[in-house]
Design a binder for this molecule. Structure first.
Ligand code: FAD
Ligand code: SF4
Length: 566
């Protein structure tokens, strides 16, 4: 008899959902997590302010040495470094001429502790895109299949947002939105007059603005508008596995979390062709162990789950597990960013804001939707915010003490800042493989990432810069800062921290790894519901979509288990 009904590999954003759904369905679930257990008391630093920390929370020389890649991301600070991997302990290689930045944290909850909580649905336009313009393969689902699951995960997670009635960005089950600031409202009204197809709306974020009874029963409270979320939230006020899905799974009594344990392989029973469990390595001792289950879910994150499948090659599957299509490891996507801009918006000199809203505004995609574009397919959306110029400068320049505080209290001009996140096309050439000889200290082959953006992404970034400038100008912005739209390049792959697509779902087992239920075509009791299943990227931040697919796949697998076919 198997040790567990279900193994979930990874306790992050997607794994937490599978753990919750399966435990609530009455199955015995093992969540195997390579990182440590996390507790609010030990790991969260949301009650610490920059002036309480050595070096005023600036990165140290040692940080730059220990975290040369991770420390490049905005969310890495002295009081959040406990959530990021030390780069030299977790090596990877880039193929010649490429530069993927792999940003991550290995601990209970994964990147769900570190995320910026922006939560948007994909639309019918996104699910149809591949079929219409011929890039990648067709999604095996449409928006209607996902809508009830978006509703379901939003209701539980708690997403704040406004109802807008846009077909490019479907509305959802929202808690009240955060207010836009005076300068954002001003920008909104001017840009919507100048460009009738464009809209500026409050960001949709997984921060509780009006907690439900179900959320309060899990010990979660209302967001206090402190903007300390990257430090972890002791109120459980933003959605993470740690605040929401894992506690829900734990209270069923059916979940066993196995921390400090890395999965290296999925084991397949050659007689039945099904997964029988996983081979694990104890992070501290290096000891290996086999854990068995009826069903295995891979939720280790796009790159690790793909590595595990590639590393599970057998004589029957020499190119990697579940890879009869040859697509495993290919079609790596992210969202390209790099089109940034800012300007001072005159007026509102005497206005204040309440608290430190952990959010900003969103401008949904308009290119190749309400407005055509030349030189690329698909499109981009913007995230941004407006703050007093004095706050902006103190965030971006060194400075402490009474003068800085006094300047922060003075009324003054407002600066709008915004950045575009654009859709990356699925492209077989962008792939992950395992190094033939090099391994990490636990004996796992080091991944080699061979990913670079092409003309579609480059042309999109340049258009996004032109559009940024045009919108800031139309709103009367002065002191406009953007990159040069004729020479700008997309930021390196990985910087969007939305890696996805390397075990895509599709309609045909010859061209895809997973079916419409995130289930391997080759190994029926193997499911993959982290970002690797994504068939196209849309331009919306993807985690809400991972949650919806994870809940849907888990409930489907539960049905198959109950009827006895799994
Ligand atoms: C700074 C930052 C900002 C972000 N902002 C947003 C945003 O605003 N909106 C949005 O939608 N997304 C955002 N993201 C991305 C979001 O965090 C990810 O999309 C999401 O967490 C991915 O979920 P996952 O389950 O695939 O992986 P993760 O959440 O990373 O979880 C994977 C888990 O698997 C574990 N693991 C890895 N390898 C193994 C192994 N071999 N064995 C066992 N366990 C393993 C890891 O330790 C980890 O706990 C952001 C990310 C970061 C870092
Ligand atoms: S702003 Fe809200 S969600 Fe973020 S740390 Fe503070 S209370 Fe928690």
């Amino acid at each position: 008899m198997a040790d567990f009904d279900v193994i979930v590999v990874g306790s992050g954003m997607s794994g937490g959902w599978v753990a919750k759904e399966m435990s609530e369905q009455g199955f015995k679930v093992a969540v195997i997590e390579r990182g440590r257990k996390v507790s609010a008391e030990k790991d969260y630093t949301d009650f610490i302010d920059p002036w309480d920390v050595e070096h005023l929370n600036r990165k140290t020389e040692q940080d730059l040495k220990d975290y040369p890649i991770q420390s490049g991301v905005y969310a890495f600070q002295s009081y959040t470094r406990q959530f990021w991997v030390k780069d030299h302990e977790h090596p990877y290689e880039n193929a010649e001429g490429t530069d993927f930045r792999w940003l991550r944290g290995y601990h209970e909850g994964g990147k769900s502790i570190m995320w910026a909580r922006q939560s948007y649905r994909l639309s019918e336009i996104d699910f149809e895109a591949n079929a219409k313009d011929g890039h990648g393969v067709d999604w095996p689902v449409r928006y209607g299949d996902l809508k009830p699951w978006y509703d379901y995960v939003e209701r539980f997670a708690g997403i704040s947002g406004s109802m807008e009635g846009l077909d490019i960005l479907p509305d959802g089950v929202f808690q009240p939105p955060h207010d836009l600031t005076c300068a954002e409202l001003d920008f909104k009204s001017k840009l919507e007059v100048a460009f009738p197809g464009r809209r500026l709306i409050p960001g949709r974020v997984a921060n509780l603005t009006e907690p439900t009874q179900e959320q309060m029963d899990l010990g979660r409270g209302r967001c206090q508008a402190r903007n300390h979320c990257f430090q972890g939230c002791s109120f459980g006020a933003y959605f993470s596995s740690n605040s929401a899905t894992l506690p829900a799974a734990r209270r069923t009594g059916n979940m066993t979390l196995i921390p400090d344990t890395a999965v290296h392989k999925v084991i397949v029973d050659e007689a039945t062709g099904r997964a029988s469990g996983v081979e694990t390595v104890d992070i501290a001792s290096g000891e290996t162990r086999t854990i068995t289950a009826r069903v295995v879910f891979l939720n280790a994150g796009t790159i690790p789950s793909t590595m595990i499948m590639l590393n599970s090659a057998t004589s029957a599957a020499p190119n990697g597990l579940a890879n009869s299509s040859g697509q495993l490891g290919k079609n790596m996507m992210d969202h390209h960013s790099g089109a940034r801009g800012s300007a001072i918006l005159p007026g509102n000199l005497d206005k204040h804001t309440f608290g430190r809203r952990p959010n900003g505004f969103y401008i949904p995609r308009f290119r190749n939707h309400t407005e055509e574009a030349e030189g690329f397919v698909r499109g981009f959306g913007y995230q941004g915010g407006a703050m007093r110029e004095s706050w902006w400068r103190s965030q971006h320049k060194a400075g402490v003490g009474a003068d800085v505080k006094a300047a922060g209290r003075e009324p003054g001009p407002w600066r709008i800042g915004m950045v575009a996140f654009g859709e990356v096309l699925p492209n077989e050439k962008n792939h992950i493989r395992l190094h033939e000889t090099k391994t990490d200290k636990w004996g796992f082959p080091v991944p080699v990432l061979d990913v670079q953006w092409g003309d579609n992404e480059r042309n999109m970034v340049r258009q996004a810069i032109k559009d940024t400038r045009a919108m800031l100008e139309a709103a009367g912005g002065i002191d406009i800062e953007t990159d040069d739209p004729d020479t700008a390049e997309p930021a390196p792959p990985g910087i969007g921290i939305h890696e996805m697509g390397t075990a895509r779902m599709g309609r045909d087992p010859a061209t895809s790894v997973l079916n419409a239920w995130n289930q391997s075509w080759d190994i029926p009791n193997l499911f993959v519901t982290d970002g690797s299943f994504m068939t196209s990227a849309g331009c919306q931040n993807p985690s809400l979509t991972y949650m919806a697919f994870s809940a849907r796949a888990a409930n489907h697998a539960a049905e198959l288990m109950k009827e006895g076919s799994l």
